[in-house]
Design a binder for this molecule. Structure first.
Ligand code: XBP
Ligand code: MG
Length: 244
């Protein structure tokens, strides 16, 4: 029988709705600051979310919409500069308290801590973004609540590759069968499932309508979900999911 020992959270779209009004305007501010005539409206950005990772998303867009620039020498440095500027804009936005947690997130984290469940993060986003969000929403000590924080480029292959979940599981020294991933998107669900994890999915406006057929549990939000319910369902469901 598997015992639930840890919750591993995605960040963007799961802990908070960061994308449309957080990351997206930060990208646009970076583009404008560099004198580029690129602008990602909310619908365009929804399509671009199919590419995980900010630097990867910029490269993907440039290759299609500004191919000459993308092929020019030094474009790798341009991407790095744009992404660094984007991160500064995003950090200012988060530190100003403009990104709230999604419903139920703070309560689930608090209850899990009280009951001795371990917490971890597995995200594609830049590590500084994770720290800023945790500090702004949960307080200055919140980083210490997490036994492992896997973020950004610690693994080269981003979601839907399972690598970031495998990286976190190694640091937790736990089996996938004893942990639950919490995600908001099909890309994240694929990453968790391929790593052999059960996955609770809470979609948002950008991800609603994606294919969540592999989800272990699907809920509109984390509101009302507690560790007791999760642990009970875990115990009732001894078969680990098939790793793809
Ligand atoms: C999140 C992402 C990230 C953010 C941008 O995916 O794709 O790329 O949009 O972050 P997930 P950076 O929720 O699956 O982790 O610009 O810092 O890469
Ligand atoms: Mg996400």
């Amino acid at each position: 029988m598997n015992t639930l020992r840890a919750l591993i959270f995605d960040v963007d779209g799961t802990l908070a709705d960061t994308e449309r009004d957080g990351h997206r305007p930060a990208f646009n501010a970076a583009f404008a600051g560099a004198g580029l005539r690129w602008h990602w409206d909310a619908a365009t950005y929804g399509e671009l979310l199919a590419v995980a990772g900010g630097k990867e998303r910029i490269r993907h867009y440039a290759a299609r919409h500004d191919p000459e620039r993308a092929a020019a020498p030094g474009f790798g440095e341009t991407v790095a500069g744009l992404h660094a500027a984007k991160t500064r804009h995003y950090l200012d936005h988060v530190a100003a308290g403009r990104v709230p947690l999604r419903p139920g997130v703070a309560a689930l984290l608090a209850a899990a801590r009280r009951q001795g469940l371990r917490l971890a993060i597995a995200t594609t986003t830049t590590p500084d973004n994770v720290e800023a969000l945790l500090r702004a929403t949960l307080g200055p000590d919140a980083m210490g609540w997490f036994a492992a924080i896997g973020a950004g480029d610690v693994v080269p292959a981003k979601k839907p590759a399972p690598d970031i979940y495998r990286w976190v599981l190694e640091r937790l020294e736990l089996d996938a069968a004893d942990c639950l991933a919490v995600e908001d998107s099909e890309l994240g669900l694929a990453a968790a499932s391929t790593a052999g994890l059960r996955c609770l999915v809470t979609p948002n406006a950008y991800t609603a309508g994606q294919d969540f057929g592999r989800a272990w549990m699907l809920r509109d939000s984390l509101a009302g979900i507690g560790p007791d319910e999760l642990a009970r369902r875990f115990a009732e469901d001894p078969a680990p999911p098939a790793a793809a």
